[in-house]
Design a protein around this ligand. Structure first.
Ligand SMILES: [Zn+2]
Length: 269
């Protein structure tokens, strides 16, 4: 379970999410390296936060996709309701930590962040490759919303997820200078994964709102795939040229869901 809280104080909207279980499940399914765990975990957390702070009716399906020239190559996070799923094309991609921190941007490189909401696509260039900044850049470029986004994953000695989570702070157009200064002060030097290792997501919300926040919504996100025979079959049909001659002759192929690795025996028409 990953608890999320949406609320505000004055003209600042605050969304927070604790995503340790979500990221741990992603790591268990995909066997990600520590750096890839951090990359995929940050993207999953960011996509869930984006859905949390969405204005109006939340889209039925949100997709965050990073197309990269670094070793990770491609990563996807999707949100449907409060269910989250994702994958990274090269889960073994790893880079040497820099200054004790996982070097996520080293496996990302350059590329684009693509966001798809119920078929509506927008895309921005990757600016830092650390994910949080890239999502904030997306908010600004694509939706003209001023946000600060922090997403973090703390990985232990054996690659296990010690803590994970994130926040979005959005300064509304009517925010005062004082409110903006307060918001900046509260996120200065804040390591969200470090914070959530010691404290709860409720504490994080309280910290970011100076204890004056009004809670609008509490949601529990979780890693859960919603694949079906039909979905996997559509993909197999799309990639028909990649099937072996034998598979084509037999009219049957064993295909795996990319998000949960469940196997399906697909019968071709
Ligand atoms: Zn699946």
């Amino acid at each position: 379970m990953g608890r999320a809280i949406l609320g505000r104080y004055g003209n600042v909207v605050v969304g927070v999410l604790e995503s340790k279980d979500i990221v741990s499940e992603a790591r268990r399914i995909h066997g990600t390296s520590p750096t890839a765990t951090a990359l995929l975990g940050r993207l999953l957390t960011g996509a869930a936060l984006y859905s949390l702070v969405y204005r109006g009716t939340r889209p039925k399906l949100i997709t965050f996709e990073m197309i990269m020239d670094g070793p990770a190559e491609h990563a996807v996070a999707q949100v449907k309701g409060t269910r989250v799923r994702g994958y990274v094309k090269n889960p073994e991609a790893h880079a040497k930590p820099v200054g004790g921190k996982l070097a996520v941007s080293s496996i990302v490189g350059k590329g684009v962040l693509r966001v798809i909401r119920d078929g509506y696509v927008s895309e921005v260039p990757i600016v830092s490759g650390e994910v949080g900044e890239d999502i904030a850049h997306f908010f600004y470029q694509s939706e003209q919303r001023r946000t600060a986004v922090g997403v973090g994953v703390l990985v232990g000695e054996y690659g296990e997820v010690l803590s994970a989570g994130g926040f979005i702070l959005e300064v509304l157009p009517d925010a005062t200078e004082e409110e903006i200064a307060e918001a900046e002060e509260r996120i200065r030097g804040l390591s969200v994964s470090g914070f959530l290792k010691e404290k709860s997501v409720e504490d994080l919300f309280s910290h970011l709102t100076g204890g004056k926040g009004e809670v609008a919504e509490v949601l529990d996100y979780r890693y859960e795939c919603w694949c079906s025979y039909e979905e996997v079959k559509r993909l197999v049909v799309m990639m028909r040229e990649e099937l072996t001659e034998e598979e084509k002759r037999e009219g049957k192929v064993v295909a795996r869901c990319m998000f949960c690795k469940r196997e399906y025996l697909i019968e071709l028409d």
